[in-house]
Design a binder for this molecule. Structure first.
Ligand SMILES: Nc1nc2c(ncn2[C@@H]2O[C@H](COP(=O)(O)OP(=O)(O)O)[C@@H](O)[C@H]2O)c(=O)[nH]1
Ligand SMILES: [Mg+2]
Length: 468
């Protein structure tokens, strides 16, 4: 493997230099091409012409105006920014070429860097290097992508907390506590039989139980993490013509779905994003549920059922100006009452649907044609969301699906350990806890990245975009 020296004279064996456009494609004020690795400065010397001295002779954390060049041709004018290892995003030598916006310029500037010896970066590769070089742990690396993907201020703030180490500290605390118990148990095994101090078994039991509590507290943040990262899917259901599309438009504040008095107008589902108190919601306006001969509408109805299975929250509408519809009420009763609101629409018209016939459920009266009831509905939605998210609390870091899977397996191992140490003659069973403790530590280490393998990193960084 080739040894290359970076700008501060460190040998960087086998480490190549990567480059990518790090701004989104499309029209904009500037595009930025980032180059990271031991050849970053020599590439800048070749591709960027500025007044002397050469980029590689300049101080770190500075910038210089000049021209990006390919051969003898000026491609663009722009600014070169410079960082030296290890004080950069990746902990490597990094240069960034700030050029004019637009896909064509960015592509040509990147091409010039590649021709000068860089390789195209893979998705997430800059952040992967920051992790491999020890600047951030895996939880912080994931937080960076969560920040980029955040759809609401609360989701962004939660990810920012994670980047600042809010979640890492909690996982580290569990890891350290577990490590300590494992060390205690191993030390205990060296005691001659019957000489184990009486206080030791009790201490181990109480430490294991405290670890279990910490794991449960972390697991309890999953629902919040899911809603903030993925958004809460709110599915609008009900018979055709009850006002679902009108409701979608009323919540969004603009006309997204076609509203018509012809039943079956919405034949496919429409998704739209909407933020309520910092929580991203995905509203899904469905085709509604009814028997239909129409193939397209039937397909729409099948999709409605699928959305309803995946929904985090349900808004089920009924038309109060029509006679009681027991079929629609039955459909509502089949939903989880903790996740559902019954919307009694068209209260501006004479009522044919009567109160006595209703089950005791969370419901909101609306006259959507007059935009009445929207405020009450938002309040009811917030009440349902507060089951999963404490909306009055400051945003804080919360676990993701990957962390949950690991924690659940750790929880099982610890459960096994807890079972083994409940026995009277603990000395005999203690030795049996060692493999479970080791497995638990190994799994926990994969959350922060103390333990990692290429597959784990591929899995984490494949979620990233190119340029991050
Ligand atoms: N009178 C009255 N009509 C409404 C109300 N809400 C919706 N509509 C009308 O009912 C019809 C069907 O509405 P739409 O939103 O397309 O129903 P969807 O099939 O459930 O999506 C349209 O003509 C709406 O203008 C309401 O509160 N009162
Ligand atoms: Mg509709």
């Amino acid at each position: 493997m080739a040894t290359v020296r970076n700008s501060i004279g460190q040998d960087t064996i086998g480490q190549d230099t990567i480059a990518a456009v790090i701004t989104p494609p499309g029209e904009g004020g500037v595009s930025i091409v980032r180059v990271s690795g031991p050849m970053a400065f020599s590439i800048a010397d070749r591709c960027f012409h500025c007044a002397p001295p050469l980029p590689s002779q300049r101080l770190e954390n500075t910038f210089v105006y000049g021209h990006v060049r390919s051969g003898n041709e000026n491609i663009d004018e722009g600014i070169l920014l410079m960082w030296r290892a290890p004080r950069s995003y990746t902990c490597e030598d990094v240069v960034e070429l700030q050029c004019h916006g637009g896909v064509a310029t960015a592509t040509r500037v990147l091409r010039a860097c590649l021709d000068a010896g860089a390789r195209s970066a893979d998705p997430g590769e800059f952040t992967r290097r920051a992790f491999l070089n020890g600047r951030i742990d895996l939880l912080q690396a994931e937080a960076i992508m969560d920040i980029v993907r955040a759809h609401s201020a609360r989701a962004q703030a939660a990810a920012q907390q994670q980047l600042e180490g809010g979640l890492s500290r909690k996982f580290d605390a569990v890891y350290d506590a577990l490590m300590l118990v494992a060390a205690q148990i191993e030390a205990t095994l060296d005691f001659p039989e019957d000489e184990l101090p009486e206080s030791v078994p009790e201490k181990i039991r109480s430490e294991i139980s405290s670890i279990q509590t910490q794991i449960q507290e972390l697991l309890a943040t999953w629902n919040e993490g899911h809603l903030l990262r993925d958004g809460a899917m709110v599915v609008l259901s009900g018979k055709p013509n009850v006002g679902k599309s009108t409701l979608l438009n009323a919540l969004l504040g603009h006309d997204r779905a076609i509203v018509s008095d012809i039943p079956g107008t919405t034949r496919d589902s429409i998704e739209a994003e909407f933020v309520l108190d910092g929580v991203p919601l995905y509203l899904v306006d469905t085709a509604g549920l009814r028997e239909s001969e129409d193939y397209v509408e039937r397909e729409g109805i099948n999709r409605t059922r699928k959305y309803m299975e995946r929904a985090d929250l349900h808004l089920h509408l009924i038309d109060m100006s029509q006679p009681a519809d027991s079929e629609s009420l039955e459909a509502f009763k089949a939903l989880d009452p903790k996740k559902s609101i019954l919307i009694c629409n068209k209260t501006d018209l004479p009522r044919l649907f009567h109160v006595e016939q209703w089950p005791q459920v969370q419901r909101v009266e609306m006259a959507l044609i007059e935009e009445k009831g929207v405020k009450e509905l938002k309040k009811a939605l917030k009440t349902l969301l507060s089951e999963s998210i404490d909306l009055s609390a400051r945003p804080h870091a919360v676990i993701s699906e990957r962390h949950r899977k690991v924690l659940e397996s750790v929880e099982q191992e610890i459960q096994e350990v807890a079972g083994l140490i409940q026995t009277e003659d603990m000395e005999e069973t203690l030795v049996l806890t060692i493999p479970a403790l080791r497995d638990a530590l190994k799994a926990l280490g994969q959350v922060t990245g103390r333990e990692y393998h290429e597959d784990l990193l591929d899995q984490v960084f494949s979620r990233f975009c190119i340029g991050k």
